[in-house]
Write a protein that binds this ligand. Structure first.
Ligand SMILES: [Zn+2]
Length: 197
């Protein structure tokens, strides 16, 4: 078992578009296994290669609950070929420890990818943790981060400030949120367990 070093915001590697993988060799398998080990060690649901400083299109996800058997999925070169609906849910990110806020995602997706053997795979996910995690991790491969998809930017700024990822005044932000928050989220709320990926 080997653990990789996590990269945290604002590390440059998190903003780069990752490169396609074309060789499905022992080094790719080892990277996938090391990423799974690192994800489990950090209690994540998903992890993308840029989050460990490797700008390649590989990501791992396991949405099994704590007392369930592990169900790791390795996605190589994933592409969302269909998406529909909207779903708001709480998200965190291993590159922003402690930061949680609501993000809007598609409610249903179909993703095509290759497994570690290089075989083509297709997977559908709807309204669940897996659906959200796939979208969060694919964003990492594009150099996109969940901070640009917050439902409420003030809540995001408060979370970022509280955890040392942004400059700001916590009390001032709290006052602003109290003054402006209108509870008009009409989209369906998703699961209670937040995604951390
Ligand atoms: Zn993330």
């Amino acid at each position: 078992m080997s653990k990789l070093q996590l990269r945290y915001f604002p590390d440059e590697v998190l903003k780069q578009q990752a490169k396609k993988i074309s060789s499905f060799d022992a080094s790719t398998r080892k990277l996938a296994q090391d990423m799974l080990d690192t994800m489990y060690e950090n209690d994540g649901v998903g992890l993308a290669a840029p989050q460990v400083g490797i700008s390649k299109r590989l990501m791992v996800i396991d949405v099994a609950g704590e007392d369930e058997k592990r169900k790791p999925i390795v996605f190589i070169n994933p592409v969302i070929v269909h998406k529909e609906g909207e779903l708001v849910g709480l998200e965190g990110c291993l590159s922003f420890p402690g930061v949680y806020f609501e993000v809007k995602r598609a409610n249903k997706i179909v993703v095509r990818y290759q497994n570690v053997q290089g075989r083509d795979q297709k997977l559908e996910a709807e309204g669940n943790l897996l659906c959200r995690a796939i979208q969060h991790e694919i964003d990492h491969l594009e150099g996109e981060l969940f901070i640009d998809k917050a439902v409420n930017n003030l809540v995001r700024d408060l979370e970022m400030t509280k955890h040392g990822f942004a400059e700001g005044d916590v009390e001032q932000l709290q006052d602003k949120i109290a003054a402006t928050t209108v509870h008009t989220i009409t989209t369906k709320q998703s699961q209670q367990q937040p995604v951390v990926g």
